[in-house]
Design a protein around this ligand. Sequence first.
Ligand code: ATP
Length: 581
Amino acid sequence: MTARLPLAGAAAVRRWMWRTLLVHRRRFATMMLLFCLATLVGLVGPQVLGFLVDSVLTGTTTGRVDLLAGAFLAVLATQALLVRAARLRAAMLGEHLLAESREGMVSHALRLPLGTVEAAGTGDLLSRATTDVDRLDYTVRNAVPEITTALITVALTGTAMVFTSPPLACGMLVAVPLMVFSTRWYYPRSLPTIQRVMANWAEVQSSMHESVEGARTVAALRLAERRVARNEQALGRAVAAERRHRFLLSMWLPCLELSYVLPIAAILLIGGWAYQAGLAELGTIITVVLYAQAMANPFDELFMWLEELQVGHTALQRILGVREVPAADDARRAASTDGQCDLVLRDVRFSYRPDQEILHGIDLTVPVGQRLVIVGPSGAGKSTLGRLIAGISRPDSGSVAFGSTEVTGLPTEALRREVVLLTQEHHVFACTLRDNLALPDHEPTDDDLTDALKAVGLLDWVAALPDGLGTVLGSGGHPVPAARAQQLALARVLLADPHTVVLDEATSLLDNATSRELERSVSTLLSGRTVIAIAHRLHTARNADQVAVMSDGRIVELGSHAELLAAEGSYARLYRVAQPS
Ligand code: ATP
């Protein structure tokens, strides 16, 4: 089960809308003005048509009929031009908002604590940055102008009806009870349903993303059926939520349709009576009926786009919700460490879930520049400890510090520069080998790159590449086997030159001989730096200054290789078993 990223509250959404409206007030005002003008011009059409009918009935010249027909066409053409200009403005405003919300979202997402993103699942973040931003763009571009136009059309058409014939206009009132009651029934039910629909689709995306990302693991462990079943479950939940939404719509929409037709019947009844009583002309009745018919469309648009507005509102809640997660740096105020302090862990406790403590009070000191190797059975908590030392996760209690500087107090930039965690998972970017090794704050020269590649044993491999350092690697480029990717990642660490390195089974994909050789050359290059190596091969521990044996979230043995062998504890037993006889 993942810990979803939050949804922003109604107040945060209102603040965003208000600020956006202020920033884009000119664009917004121009767009609204054009839509209003288009609507106003549109209202002149039925008046001209009603006038034409009355003129024909009372007798007129052909020239006058031609003139009125020409005026009617001119009105339609002007309205079309105004609508086009207004839609262009709406599209431009939409593009601005799309760019801003996507950029804001991505820049905040990049500063989120890694632990939070991992716990939420990258799919959730991805769907907020893509699908939800697109939905918001669609809403701003279409729903806002359409709703405004529909509202103005309804208001002005209603006013025109009242001015044309107040008794006939009363016929519209028969639609009110059905419209109001069905809408009041629908909206409170639809909003939570839409939220569930969107959250469930994000879950589908998340599940698909994980399956694709871990495709090799899925294939290797024959997990395809389980992954498919999981995707289907997520899909099933999304479909169930969609069905509920469709059910609500299927109840509401027929009521709306009926409420558009009822007024026309009522106006015709009242009109028949008024015509007989000499209170209304035929042309007047036609004009009011045309107005009533013309109201159905904006009402339909209004309700349809209000529905879309709910989707946009939920998308906005999801987008702004990401900003409610404090950025990693918000709580980090410490100055950077100078690499001259011991790494000290005091009574560190940590749990991924509230009821399941993984680390139970770890005390450990790694003197500056020393190498500590952590060994222990699978699930003992070694990687978790490595993540805490690298500042990726925050301890529930206790402290992980360089001297007096808490690791989680360091600004992210400084932390990533000073402490590097290298795990078994490496990413090879789809760009040149040179760019794959480049770092944000210093561009290594080709000589620096060659030295680093030599240290990790990749010089021969690079020599065989078609364009050397300029060879494009990664998807679509030159293939990089997993073991080579691990060596490349080590080269990146050497170039990054941090004062502390956490290696979490960083050579696990290499064979024993290559791993030994690589560790020797890397440890020479890393000498003087504090190294915490999580190892599954015990030979790694022989040259360590200290070895920590972990079991069930605790350090159960601590000392040098020789001391632990002499102590005849679990390390000594494991070491002897691991030695070739
Ligand atoms: P291995 O050698 O297999 O990598 P490890 O000693 O490094 O094991 P950890 O990976 O730190 O052990 O895991 C310690 C415990 O924490 C395990 O029980 C594991 O299931 C649990 N755990 C690890 N990561 C998570 C996570 N993201 N969410 C929940 N539990 C987790």
